[in-house]
Design a binder for this molecule. Structure first.
Ligand SMILES: [Zn+2]
Length: 185
C-alpha cells in the first residue's frame, strides 16, 4: 500500500467492480510528481505540471491513464503557482519528448503543508482549462506526504480513487496489460 495515499484514495481495484477506478497513474509519473513537490518542499513553494497519457473506455466507463508528466519554469509562492509566461516553449518541448502519443490528461500541483483539497482557485483552473470528462487533477502535499486526485463532477470537483501501476517497458498494449495485472492482484 502506498503510504502517501489519503484514506479516501486507499482503494484497490476489485474483480467485482473493475470499472470504478477512474484514474491510473504510472509509477514513473507518480515519482516525478512527488519528487517535483519534494524538491521545493523545504522552501514551501508550490509546484505544478501537466499530466500526459491516454483515455480508455471499458464497458462504457471512461478511465484515464497518466503515463508521464511535463513541466517548465514556474512562478510560485507557498499558496499559488503558475507556469512562467516565458516557460511555454520549454513546456511544449518536454511534452514532445515523452515518446508516445498522448493527451493532456490533467494537471498536478502541490500544497506544501496545506493538505489535500481543491481551493477555489484550483476549482476555477479545473473548470477553465481541464473541463473534459477525462481530465484529472492531482494534489500533493510533500510535507504531510499525502496525494489526492479529483475530477470535475456535476458542476463541482469531486475526489476520485486511483491506482499506481508499474508500466512494462515498451509494451504497446499496456492499457490492457495494466487492467489485467491490476485485476489479478
Ligand atoms: Zn491548490
Amino acid at each position: 500500500m502506498h503510504k502517501w495515499l489519503i484514506d479516501q484514495e486507499r482503494m484497490r481495484p476489485s474483480i467485482a467492480e473493475p470499472a470504478i477506478i477512474p484514474l491510473y497513474i504510472s509509477k514513473i509519473a507518480e515519482e516525478k510528481m512527488r519528487n517535483h513537490a519534494l524538491s521545493k518542499a523545504h522552501e514551501k513553494l508550490e509546484v505544478m505540471g501537466l499530466m500526459l497519457g491516454q483515455v480508455f473506455n471499458h464497458d462504457g466507463v471512461e478511465y484515464t491513464i497518466v503515463r508521464d508528466v511535463a513541466t517548465t519554469d514556474l512562478d510560485a509562492s507557498s499558496t499559488r503557482v503558475r507556469f512562467r509566461r516565458d516557460g511555454f516553449e520549454k513546456l511544449f518541448a518536454s511534452m514532445d519528448d515523452v515518446g508516445f502519443d498522448h493527451l493532456v490528461t490533467g494537471w498536478y500541483h502541490s500544497h506544501p503543508g496545506h493538505g489535500i483539497f481543491m481551493s477555489p482557485t484550483d476549482v476555477d483552473t479545473q473548470k477553465g482549462m481541464f473541463n473534459s470528462s477525462f481530465h484529472r487533477a492531482v494534489v500533493i502535499d510533500p510535507i504531510s506526504k499525502e496525494i489526492g486526485a479529483y475530477r470535475l463532477g456535476s458542476g463541482d470537483v469531486e475526489p476520485v480513487p486511483f491506482v499506481i501501476y508499474w508500466e512494462e517497458y515498451q509494451n504497446p498494449y499496456f492499457g490492457t496489460t495494466v487492467r489485467k495485472r491490476k485485476l489479478a492482484d
